[in-house]
Design a binder for this molecule. Structure first.
Ligand SMILES: Cc1ncc(C[n+]2csc(CCOP(=O)(O)OP(=O)(O)O)c2C)c(N)n1
Ligand code: SF4
Ligand SMILES: [Mg+2]
Length: 252
């Protein structure tokens, strides 16, 4: 029988622990495919966060290290600088990890133009701990800690990571993608691959924000979660390239 599709060799055979319909699984696949296609499996080191993807180290065949909550870009900095010519280093972080407790590490790694690749999974909630409000929770969004909807008057506005980092001179490449339909999955793969290619080329800090779902803590079926993402998240978090300094230079 003809083989039409195979799981990436950069993914292990361990069954994923993610809930049905969670988009973490799709994003893992895209990261694994990018690493495989670029032929960097043997020299790639992932940095796992604290969050639902804490066990990413079980799912990739690359080396992995697990960072304290929010500190992945700092840990990645050390791993990269230990052997900058050979190590390809990526972090995989949720919104609570990257944009709340880890805001400082994120901003300063970008400001230093660390030559690392950051995969940022924005599902607008703290998934692992049971659905508390995250920095990226939308205004009015109901969570366990905002039962009447996020009230911006008392808890402030969501943090838009790509927009924020686009003002940091050191950031080299920032793109926001989504994995809600096949066309967007394809675009997400392209962006993730480019973020790794940039590191191979020594181009510096690249971050891909992936607008994602958490059907369990949003209290929705996987299908409804995708629709909610399209109707609510994408208008607030528009997709696209927020910064690409080399594209700007090439255009000059
Ligand atoms: C220092 C510290 N503070 C708080 C926690 C509790 N904690 C674990 S995961 C998490 C949030 C995870 O949310 P996110 O990063 O958005 O990842 P998701 O699970 O949504 O993918 C928090 C607050 C912790 N483990 N360590
Ligand atoms: S709690 Fe949410 S983010 Fe975590 S695995 Fe389940 S659906 Fe995914
Ligand atoms: Mg989250």
């Amino acid at each position: 029988m003809a083989v039409v599709f195979e799981k990436s060799k950069v993914l292990t055979d361990a069954p994923l622990h993610y809930c049905p319909g969670c988009t973490h699984g799709i994003i893992h696949r895209l990261v694994a495919e990018a690493i495989e296609e670029l032929g960097i499996e043997g020299r790639t080191i992932g940095v796992a966060p604290v969050g639902c993807s804490v066990m990413a180290y079980d799912y990739f065949t690359t080396d992995f290290i697990q960072a304290p909550h929010g500190r992945a870009p700092a840990v990645a900095t050390g791993v990269k600088r230990a052997d900058p010519e050979n190590n390809i280093v990526f972090t995989y972080q949720g919104d609570g990890d990257l944009a709340a407790i880890g805001t400082a590490e994120t901003v300063h790694a970008a400001a230093r133009r660390e030559n690392i690749t950051v995969i940022f999974v924005n599902n607008a909630i703290y998934g692992m701990t049971g659905g508390q409000m995250a920095p990226t929770t939308l205004p009015g969004q109901v969570t366990q800690t905002s039962p009447y909807g996020r009230d911006v008057e008392t808890v402030g506005y969501p943090v838009k990571v790509c927009e924020l980092l686009s003002n940091v001179d050191g950031a080299a490449y920032l793109e926001r993608v989504a994995v809600n339909n096949p066309a967007n999955v394809k675009k997400a793969k392209k962006a993730i691959k480019k973020a790794f290619q940039n590191q191979i080329d020594g181009k510096g800090f690249s971050l891909i924000e992936v607008v994602s779902t958490c059907p369990t803590n949003w209290g929705m079926t996987p299908e409804k979660a995708l629709k909610w993402l399209e109707d609510n998240m994408l208008p607030y978090y528009p997709l696209g390239v927020y910064k690409d300094i080399y594209a700007e230079e090439e255009a000059k």
